[in-house]
Design a protein around this ligand. Structure first.
Ligand code: SF4
Length: 300
């Protein structure tokens, strides 16, 4: 479904059809999405997600290797000295605040939930350091409850694709985005949809220099013509080349936190190198992508 050329003229039914067609492309790019954070239990996922604000998943995984064995239960966090938690997580940004959150979270889990991670949005957001986004991550990945975490990548990508009305706003509302996007997809898809948008934002639709020239969504993306013009490229020529297969694949992509998209998504092996791979390496080295410092909205 090609973009009609004007958001205001695009019929709702056409937009929804375009969203679904674009999501099919994301599925091809990221066939088996899964969280980049390492965890084995709901508590570990909750802790890792709280720690992931303002840092990379790679860094979080490096500290949780020591943190998880030292604090296996909510009671262990509740009884811990904050300084001891700080000692382990100090490589992360805002480690003092995060250590306080972890202790407070342990106390709240023990006092209010029998030491277990609760399984509802209403309960999860009562925990220190846990907002709607973190709760959605835990619900979707630890409990199989449909959730659509909206982080900085989801906000940016869905805005460029005009999947919601918030793209016009200088301060888009994550809750409105969540509602508008999820209204058009079955609940069973929400968690994977969010993962795919995040991987896509990290690896192709970068904050400052999206790789529109090799993006499989470009022919239908409302933002592609303006970006391509800025890059001095002819949109129709680029779209024709993309339609002929000159697109990025999961195997080509590498995010700047060192996680390859292929590793993060267990690509199906059908990915093939393309000329675009060279382009990614070049453009990816400009250091402008924001994925190295994830959104503070994690805990909002
Ligand atoms: S065409 Fe460009 S702006 Fe549109 S989704 Fe692809 S990378 Fe993002």
């Amino acid at each position: 479904m090609a973009y009609s050329g004007s958001v205001s003229r695009e019929l709702k039914a056409d937009r929804i059809a375009r969203m679904h067609a674009e999501y099919e492309e994301l599925k091809k790019l990221f066939p088996n999405p899964r969280p980049a954070l390492n965890y084995a239990t709901p508590l570990e996922l909750l802790v890792a997600t709280v720690l992931s604000a303002q840092t990379t998943d790679v860094r979080v995984n490096s500290v949780t290797k020591a943190l998880f064995p030292a604090y296996p239960t909510a009671r262990d966090y509740a009884d811990a000295a904050v300084e001891d938690i700080e000692d382990i997580i100090h490589p992360l940004g805002f480690y003092r605040a995060k250590a306080k959150h972890l202790k407070g979270m342990g106390v709240a889990l023990c006092e209010n939930f029998g030491g277990e991670v609760p399984q509802t949005m209403e309960e999860l957001v009562t925990l220190p350091g846990v907002g709607r986004k973190t709760a959605n991550v835990v619900l979707g990945n630890a409990f199989g409850v449909p959730g659509f975490p909206v982080d900085t990548h989801v906000i940016r990508v869905t805005g460029r694709l005009r999947w919601h009305n918030e793209w016009r706003s200088p301060t888009p509302d994550p809750v409105r985005i969540e509602r508008q996007v999820t209204a058009n997809f079955p609940p069973a898809e929400w968690t994977d949809l969010s993962h795919r948008l995040i991987f896509f934002g990290r690896n192709i639709c970068h904050a400052r220099r999206p790789q529109c020239w090799a993006c499989p969504l470009a022919p239908s993306c409302p933002s592609a013509p303006a970006f391509l013009k800025k890059y001095g490229m002819d949109a129709e020529t680029v779209f024709a080349s993309i339609r002929n297969g000159a697109v990025l694949t999961a195997a080509d992509m590498k995010s700047d936190d060192g996680t390859t998209a292929a590793a993060a998504t267990a690509a199906d092996g059908n990915s093939k190198p393309s000329d675009a791979a060279t382009v990614v390496e070049t453009a990816g080295s400009d250091g402008n992508d924001e994925s190295s410092a994830k959104d503070t909205a994690d805990n909002q």
